[in-house]
Write a protein that binds this ligand. Sequence first.
Ligand SMILES: C[S@@+](CC[C@H](N)C(=O)[O-])C[C@H]1O[C@@H](n2cnc3c(N)ncnc32)[C@H](O)[C@@H]1O
Length: 378
Amino acid sequence: MTAPADTVPPAGTGAGLRARLLRALSHPSMQARAARFPFLRRKVRREGEALFDLVQGFVSSQVLLAVVELRLCHRLMEAPAHPADLVATTGIPCDRLTQLFQAAAAVGLLRRRRDGLFDVTPRGAALTGVPGLEAMIAHHGAFYRDMGDPLALLRGDGPTELAELWPYVFGPGRDEDPVRARRYSRLMEDSQALVAQDTLSAVSLSGVRRLLDVGGGTGVFAEAAATVTPGLRATVFDLAPVVDAARERLDAGAHAGHIETVAGSFRSDALPDGHDAVSLVRVLYDHRDDTVAELLARVRDALPPGGRVIVSEPMSGGAVPDRATDVYFAFYTMAMGTGTVRSQARIAAMLRAAGFEKVRRHRSGRPYVTSVVEARRR
Ligand SMILES: C[S@@+](CC[C@H](N)C(=O)[O-])C[C@H]1O[C@@H](n2cnc3c(N)ncnc32)[C@H](O)[C@@H]1O
C-alpha cells in the first residue's frame, strides 16, 4: 500500500526524506531493486525478518506452551534425550515430536547436539527456574482465546475468559469466591518474588516503620519488605478470601509476628490507618480510571502528611512504546475487562490529582517485570 501523495511532506526536509523512504519500502518492486544497493538490501532484509517475526509470534508462543505442558526442559535437564525417547511418555508420534524439538531449538530453548540428542540451553534452564513463569505460560490458553478475535476484543464485544479468571475487577458480588481467589492468588504469588525484588531495589524503605500493602495478595511483598527492612511492621489488606490464604502462608513464614492481615474492599472500606507508607503492587492496572482515582483518594486519607505511596507494576512506555508492556500487558489487562497499562507519567498525574506531591519515577531495568512510581502525601 502506498501513502496518498498529499500526505507526503515536501522533498528536502527530514520528514520528506523519511516519507519517500517509506513509500519506496512499501512498493512491491522495491524488494528486487534493493538487492542492488548494500544499504537498502540490509534494511529491507532486516525489516523482512522483523515482519516475519511478528507473523510467526503466535506459533512460537504455542511451541513454548507445548514445551511447558510436556515439561520438556525439566526432562532434558535430567539428561539429554532423543525425541524417540519421549514418544511413550508423551503419546506424540516421533516425527512430530522431532518437529517440536527442532522448533524449541530454533527459539533457543533447546540445543541440538551433533549426536542427534537434544539438551537444554541456558534459556531453557531459566524457563524452569524463573518463579511463576511456567504457571503464567500455562494459563495463557484463556488469554489467547480472547485474543483470537482482536477486533472483537478492541470493540469490547462479548465476555472474555480472562474476566472470569480475575472476577474481582467487577467488584461486589464477583469478588468473594474463595476457589477462584485461591487460583488467581497462587498465580500472582509465584511471580511476586521477582516483582518484589525489582520494587525493593528501586525504592528504599529505610525510615518506614509501618507499611500497608493494599491488594497485597498472600503477603509475598510484605514479607520481602520485612526481610530487607529491619524493624518494619506490615499490614496486608485484601479481599476476605485472599486474606485467609495470606494468613495461612504468613503463619508458616519467618515474619508472621510482624505482618498483620486485614480483610476488606478498597471500593467500600476505609483503609487501615497508622501506616507511614502504602504500597500498591500490581493493583492499579487491573482497574478503570475512576476506580483508581477513588482508591488513590483512600490511600491519601489513610496516610499522614509526608506519608509515602509506592506504585509498582508493569507500565506503558508512554512516548516510547514498549514491546512487553504496550503489547502484552496492554492486551492482557484489556481482556480482563476493566484494566489498562498506564505510563509512569499518567500514574504520576493521577497521584498529583489525588493529593500527592514529590513524585519520583523509577524506570526498572526489566519493564516487563515492573516499574515504580512513588510520591508523598501533601
Ligand atoms: C493482580 S493481584 C496482585 C497481588 C499482589 N499485590 C501481587 O503483586 O502479587 C491484585 C490484588 O488486588 C486484590 N483486590 C482486588 N480488588 C480488591 C478490592 N476491592 N479490595 C482489596 N483488594 C482487592 C486482589 O484480591 C488481588 O490480590
